[in-house]
Design a protein around this ligand. Structure first.
Ligand SMILES: *Cc1c(COP(=O)(O)O)cnc(C)c1O
Length: 448
């Protein structure tokens, strides 16, 4: 039995799979934040390029990947699918565990899969600069890398707690040529207002989004780019699942469980969406989303319309949410601290087609340690959630079943978190129910 299942480069998928037309219940439309009327595509034009807006709403099942994008994908794609034999042995399970290793990209995570096409579409529409936010720094790194590839400038608003916790992520963004500001910053009105209220504000992803959107909306040559949540991001990430499908077919395997960690939902959706048609056709394959107990969006949030950011600048989207004013506990999986999730993923959770589980950060680090010592790779704290989920799934699985999880990124720039873990300094945070109830009161009430 092979350990490493490598897809030949000529077999790399040349189209992305768009799940929108296949959803049993259509997505609830995004709404204008002021009028609460469905948004028209032209309202998005100040912040996104046209090609991206078209993909956001596309009724087509397959979308061609442009050649200049494929050309950069080939630097690290196809990525390997690996049989985690030593992990199976250590657990004493009789199922087979595989992981799709997206940590081999230049930026060290799955995020370049969407950064590259997004920058490409901006470039062909004449955009000169892209503004964005980053939580743990992974998205900022990926976008800065992709902007460099196509010769665009890149401005990154980095959540202040990560900016201080992860100085090397910031260095890497800068090494690729991007500029980085700790958010809240004094560069935007939103940031200035927050600093006036609370000079020590540690920031949040929702707040950093507000700053980046404001930057893009107030500069003609600048657009905004989001690294997760939106339909077009999930679309670009389907390259992961499409490759996995081919790799499993090469060795005559079929997945029984697809597992991934969820921050905004893009890596997990990228893995399982290409398998959705099989599931809808009655095949037995389960999709399992893993999130932190400190940010339990899918497991404890409400499924309702909410803003994507603190300043209420983004459209209203129907999703599982903890409330847009959610201020997360400083857990180390910075990429998993967003108050909402991709509407496409939430739609499928609401349909019962996707299951969700939440774990504490300490048990996830335990899982990461076991993985490191059996499989050799050091996972990002976000990825440790997928590993924990895959381990629990494998323990429940029947002999001979196949568990596949997405290995979303390496942790080589997260060693400060491992230091805290190995030094016994990490604690768990359970998000209090009162906070959820309180934050949800600030959500708009929309009649549907
Ligand atoms: C950003 C990130 C995540 C979470 O984002 P999704 O959109 O849910 O995929 C998970 N793992 C890593 C390594 C990340 O960088």
């Amino acid at each position: 039995m092979e350990t490493k299942i490598l897809l030949p480069e000529r077999e790399m998928p040349t189209r992305w799979y768009n799940a929108l037309p296949d959803l049993p219940t259509p997505l609830a439309p995004p709404l204008d934040p002021q009028t609460h009327k469905p948004l028209t595509p032209d309202q998005l034009e100040p912040i996104f390029p046209k090609a991206v807006i078209e993909q956001e709403l596309s009724p087509k099942n397959w979308i061609d990947i442009p050649e200049p994008v494929l050309d950069i994908y080939r630097l690290y794609r196809p990525t390997p699918l690996i049989r985690a034999k030593r992990l199976e042995e250590a657990l004493g399970v009789k199922c087979r565990i595989y992981y799709k290793n997206e940590s081999v990209s230049p930026a060290g995570s799955h995020k370049p899969n969407t950064a590259i096409p997004q920058v490409y579409y901006n470039k062909i529409e004449g955009v000169k600069r892209i503004a964005t936010e980053t939580g743990a720094g992974q998205w900022g790194t990926a976008l800065s890398f992709a902007c460099g590839m196509f010769g665009l400038s890149c401005t990154v608003y980095m959540v202040k707690v990560s900016y201080n916790q992860k100085p090397y992520r910031r260095s890497l963004i800068q090494a690729y040529g991007g500029e980085v500001f700790a958010s809240p910053s004094d560069k935007t009105r939103t940031g200035q207002a927050m600093l006036e209220k609370d000079p020590d504000c540690a920031g949040s992803l929702g707040l950093a989004i507000s700053e980046a959107v404001e930057d893009a909306a107030t500069h003609d040559d600048t657009k905004y780019s989001l690294g997760s949540v939106l339909n077009h991001v999930l679309l670009h990430q389907t390259i992961c699942g499409l490759e996995t499908e081919k790799q499993l077919a090469m060795i005559g395997e079929k997945p029984d469980y697809l597992v991934g960690c969820v921050g905004g939902g893009s890596n997990f959706a990228g893995l399982f969406l290409p398998f959705l048609p099989r599931r809808l056709a009655g095949e037995k394959v389960r999709f399992i989303a893993i999130e932190p107990k400190a940010c339990p969006t899918l497991t404890r949030g409400d499924f309702r319309y909410d803003y994507g950011d603190v300043a209420r600048l983004t459209p209203l989207i129907k999703m599982h949410t903890l409330g847009h004013s959610f201020m997360p506990a400083p857990i180390h999986a910075g990429g998993l601290r967003y108050h909402g999730d991709a509407p496409l993923l939430c739609n499928l959770v609401a349909e019962g087609l996707v299951e969700a589980e939440a774990y504490h950060q300490l048990e996830c680090f335990d899982a990461a340690k076991l993985f490191l010592r059996t499989e050799g790779f050091l996972p990002a704290p976000e990825t440790s959630h997928a590993i924990k989920g895959a381990i629990e799934t494998a323990k429940r699985a029947k002999p001979g079943e196949v568990v596949v999880f997405l290995y979303s990124g390496h942790g080589l720039l997260d060693l400060a978190s491992y230091d805290a873990y190995l030094g016994g300094k990490l604690t768990n945070f359970e998000y209090p129910e009162e906070h959820i109830t309180e934050a949800l009161k600030a959500c708009p009430v929309i009649e549907e």
